[in-house]
Structure formats: C-alpha cells, structure tokens
Design a protein around this ligand. Structure first.
Ligand SMILES: [Zn+2]
Ligand SMILES: [Zn+2]
Length: 307
C-alpha cells in the first residue's frame, strides 16, 4: 500500500483511502482496486502477493509469478493410516482422496524406529506395500502409491535399507529425533538423506511446531543447494501447527530452484482439509505451479528425481 502510494506520487497523482486523484483533486479511480491498479499502469496484484517483496516492480515488468492454486494440486503425497498412527484404514484414506478428486496419493506410514507412532517393521512394510498395490488395482480412477515416511536416524542413515526402499513408489524422509544436535550434524543428516536416490522429499524440513517447538538449527542454504542438485523436493506441510516450510523459506526455495510438495501429512479425514493452508503458505512465498511436484501428472511427478 505504501509502495502503491509512492508510485502514485511519482506519477503526479495521489492515492488515499478515498481513491486515486490527480493534481487537481479530480478522482481518477474509486474504491475498486482493479481500477486503481489499471490507472497506475499495473496488472492486478493478488492480495497474497502484497508483502512488499518487490511485487510492484515485478508487476510493472510483467513478471508477476504464476502462483499455485488449491485446484492445481493433483494428489497428496504424505498420509498416514491405521498401519501406523493414522485414524483410518488405507482403503478409507483412498476413498476419501477419490472424493476429493485426487488423481494420486502416497500412503506414507511411519518407519520402524518410530515405535511411539506404530512404525512398521521391514516385514510389515512389505505387507503395507502389497495392500497399496491391491488398492491401486481396485480403484482405477486413482493411483495409489506405496510409500513410507522413513526416519532419518540420529547417525544420518535411513530406517530402512535401500533394498526395501527400492520396492516402494514414494519415499518421504523426515527427522523425528535428535533435534538438539548441532547445526552441522543436523544439516549433514538431511543432506545425506537427500543423496539417497529413493528419497523424493524431506518432510516438515525445519521441524517447527507453532507455539510448541522452535525450528531446529538447520543450514537451509546448504539443504536447499543439495535439494536443487539432487532434485529432492522440500515439503510444505499444510498442518496448521507446522506450516513447514514457511512462506519465507518458500521464497528462498523459489530463488534457489528447489521444487516443493504441498502435503497434508493427514492422520485423519479432518487433516485433509488443511491443504489450503499449505497452498496459501506457498503462495505467500511466490511458489509457481510449475515448481510444485504434486501439481504435475503422476508419471511426470515420479520421473522428477532420477534413480
Ligand atoms: Zn513426520
Ligand atoms: Zn507424517
């Protein structure tokens, strides 16, 4: 708003809450904002982009981002079921996702070292995968991807062997422990996980819980550099206690050429409704549709990171 007023002054005009006026106090545009943008020689800037992050300069140069919208999201790639700590069965989550019109989903239950969350043993992971394949065959209108949210252990190794991960369609890797480690150790854990060819995305990358836990001490520059290099995505977790990445991180991801995945990390049907919070966070970070992996068709999405 201040920038808009400055722009008006430079053009010899005056902008206030009553409208846009010329030097003779003649009103050029009223309270309709589209009209004001037009008179100032700008395309309409959507409200989510009005953060004084250079949006007026971008608009004047015709470079406003083609930001992602909720209807662009084709699938949810981070969901839990009764296999671990989710409230509903795999089939119930598939049906709920079909109702939402998703083209694909990944069922990503917890891995074995997360005992508190009912993490799956190696053997159960294979049974889980079999169930995902059976559901995929049963519902031709939605692609059901067999996945996991594999723990990045405190020593930086993953909680399942590469041999097991290779049998899955979609792997999220997350930190759930060792948050007090120093910056170099935490960063090295995440970087090592991204170097694994099966890991497609880092879940809730900074670990913050709003009002409860600060983000852990991660070198995000280093993480994003490696994410771009290995074509590993970073998650925008839509849970309103997380919103992790946040909007500032999203802006950085955009600048560093990192793709994001906007997920709900659903443990119940209600959680699925959080998607718009994640999308709004990405929008405030100027994330474009092209940089959101789960806005792409399934084959393109799966081909993004080379194995
Ligand atoms: Zn998690
Ligand atoms: Zn999760």
């Amino acid at each position: 708003n201040i920038r808009m007023r400055e722009r008006a002054i430079k053009q010899g005009l005056k902008l206030n809450e009553y409208g846009l006026f010329d030097a003779n106090e003649k009103r050029l545009a009223g309270t309709e904002e589209e009209e004001i943008f037009e008179k100032l020689g700008l395309p309409h800037i959507p409200p989510v982009l009005r953060e004084d992050w250079g949006e007026i300069e971008a608009a004047a140069a015709g470079n406003l981002p083609n930001i992602v919208h909720p209807e662009d999201i084709r699938g949810d790639l981070h969901m839990h079921t009764t296999w671990s700590d989710g409230k509903y069965s795999a089939e119930e989550m598939v049906e709920a996702s079909r109702k939402r019109g998703y083209k694909y989903i990944a069922l990503t239950d917890h891995s074995k070292s997360l005992g508190v969350a009912g993490g799956l043993s190696d053997k159960d992971l294979m049974k889980h995968t079999e169930e995902c394949r059976a559901l995929d065959a049963k519902y031709p209108d939605i692609r059901v991807l067999a996945g996991t949210e594999v723990d990045i252990r405190q020593d930086g190794t993953l909680d399942y062997s590469d041999e097991l991960l290779a049998k899955l369609d979609f792997v999220v890797a997350s930190l759930h422990s060792g948050f007090k480690q120093d910056r170099a150790t935490l960063t090295a854990r995440v970087v090592r996980a991204m170097q694994n060819p099966y890991v497609r995305v880092i879940g809730h990358p900074t670990g913050r819980l709003l009002g409860d836990r600060d983000p852990y001490d991660l070198d995000l520059d280093e993480v994003m550099k490696e994410a771009a290099r290995t074509r590993t995505c970073l998650e925008v977790n839509s849970n309103f206690h997380r919103l992790d990445l946040n909007d500032v991180h999203c802006r950085k991801a955009r600048e560093m050429g990192v793709h994001v995945i906007i997920s709900t990390d659903s443990h119940s049907y209600d959680d699925m409704l959080n998607l718009p919070y994640g999308v709004a966070t990405a929008q405030r970070g100027w994330i474009e549709k092209d940089s959101v992996l789960n806005a792409k068709p399934v084959e393109e999405m799966l081909a993004f990171k080379p194995k």
